[in-house]
Design a protein around this ligand. Structure first.
Ligand SMILES: [Cu+2]
Length: 488
């Protein structure tokens, strides 16, 4: 006990020492949550899945925005800024977000709170923040040029809210292109009266998409097609699994602020849809499903009782949203040594050259005549290839050669399909190693791309093992921090 109290005191002191504008440690934030039966201040040891309230919402990758108290107000300091973010091993982009991440950190408040958000604009252009779905005064609606002056670079605007709603809400820039380059975040309003049934785990997932050309780092927000599909700012397999104990009641909150609608599908379970961007749905109106279409500017809450163990996939079911770096129309997807970054028009577009001098020749395969080398004897190690067995195995060093590609594959109409998507994807288990991935089947990462992650429903022994590793990692600003505090 004394050790635990000492630890908590230290955590609180460390957090309190940080000024507003920095994210406090998750432990510090937890200390500021109202003391409930499962809060860290509770004197006795809690069971593993204590019915504490409110259950902190975990936003993997991005975590929470801390707050300080000023009189009766919870004060958040939200800073819009340009940042670099690694969305996948080997792919770092220049995004715009808040307080160090895109999406920005999640704001969590309680129904009945008075909330102040100090917004600082560190962008090179004007901005403002819209509070999506808030029933509040128009002066705080964040409409630049309508409800307020745009906040100039270096400028500040202070928003004030009396929270009388409850549910899954979000904030975003109301400059559309800023929104498409990452300026969005979650805003959870916990109800003053607990929902029934109690959820032991509660997760927020932002559905996002970027168009970033190969060899480029800047999302093209004017594009209408997307080649990077993300959950909380990470593309699979870099996304972080949702860790659940067998028997837990689990809530998943999806928020979509993008250009596409996403049918989010969970394997192995029938969930019930329990909430929208308008708040909680009364139980008699819940509807069952295993795929929920999350439209643009919508939130959808779904709940399951996790009574079936396994590493269950959770993903957008649009086929092109289960891929990474799709860009066969602009050149090879992965640049390798010796491969030019740019080539002349003839070569780059495969225009009527080569032997026999027409796109139907051997040098032109299913790459629409763009000289990608598909199906030819001159195939290159691009992500669109390599399709000869020899080249495939070279490119998948360490992968077992189990004859994944038939010897006559290049003669089969339609080839490649999944070999194109999955076969050349190198397993990168080590590159995305983290405690939440512990115990996954070796090579799993070669088969997870885009808007995908796992709901890992773990039996007690495996769950304890993963939780112990998560705690041991002691990651700063751990998005799981508030949750880990409760799991004793
Ligand atoms: Cu999708």
């Amino acid at each position: 006990m004394s050790n635990r109290r000492t630890f908590l005191q230290r955590a609180f002191s460390a957090g309190a020492a940080l000024c507003a504008g920095h994210r406090l440690s998750a432990q510090a934030m937890q200390m500021q949550m109202p003391a409930g039966p499962g809060s860290p201040a509770a004197p006795s040891k809690q069971p593993l899945t204590s019915p504490s309230f409110p259950t902190p919402v975990v936003t993997t990758e991005v975590g929470d925005l801390s707050y300080t108290m000023d009189g009766g107000a919870k004060v958040f300091h939200l800073v819009a800024e340009v940042l670099r973010q690694k969305i996948h091993p080997g792919k770092t982009i220049d995004a715009w977000g808040f307080n160090g991440s895109a999406p920005g950190p999640t704001i969590q408040v309680n129904q009945g709170d008075h909330v102040r958000v100090i917004f600082d604009n560190h962008l090179p252009e004007p901005s403002s923040i819209h509070w999506h779905g808030f029933e509040d005064m128009v002066g705080y609606d964040g409409m630049p040029g309508i409800s307020q002056e745009p906040v100039k670079p270096g400028g500040r605007f202070v928003y004030e809210f009396d929270i009388h709603q409850a549910g899954t809400y979000f904030y975003h820039s109301h400059m559309a292109m800023q929104e498409m380059t990452g300026m969005l975040g979650g805003f959870i309003m916990h109800p003053s009266t607990p929902y029934h049934p109690h959820c032991d785990k509660d997760f927020l997932l932002h559905l996002q998409e970027y168009a970033v050309l190969p060899n480029n780092t800047v999302p093209n927000t004017m594009n209408m097609e997307y080649n990077w599909l993300l959950l909380n700012g990470k593309a699979g397999p870099a996304s972080t699994p949702l860790i659940v104990r067998l028997g837990d009641r689990v809530r998943l909150r999806f928020v979509n602020l993008g250009m596409d609608h996403h049918p989010m599908h969970l394997h192995g379970y029938t969930f019930h849809v329990t909430g929208t961007e308008g708040g909680r749905i009364q139980e008699s109106a819940w509807w069952p499903g295993n795929t929920i279409l999350v439209g643009v500017a919508q939130a959808r809450d779904v709940e399951i009782t996790a009574n079936r163990p396994g590493d269950w996939m959770l993903h957008c079911h649009l086929p092109h949203h289960m891929m990474n770096q799709m860009s066969s129309n602009v050149g090879s997807m992965t640049r390798r040594p010796g491969q030019p970054a740019g080539v002349d028009m003839n070569t780059g577009m495969g225009m009527l050259q080569g032997t026999p001098g027409a796109p139907s020749g051997d040098d032109y395969g299913t790459s629409l005549g763009r000289g990608m080398g598909f199906g030819s004897t001159a195939d290159m190690e691009t992500t669109n290839g390599p399709l000869s067995r020899e080249k495939a195995m070279q490119a998948m060093a360490g992968m077992p050669d189990e004859g994944d590609i038939a010897k006559n594959a290049n003669a089969v109409p339609g080839f490649p399909q999944d070999a194109y998507m999955e076969g050349p994807a190198m397993a990168m288990d080590q590159m995305v190693d983290k405690p939440e991935n512990y115990g996954l089947r070796p090579g799993w990462s070669g088969f997870m791309m885009g808007m995908m992650t796992f709901v890992r429903v773990l039996p007690p022994d495996k769950y304890d093992e993963v939780i112990a590793r998560m705690k041991q990692a002691q990651r700063p600003n751990d998005p799981y921090g508030a949750f880990l505090q409760r799991v004793l």
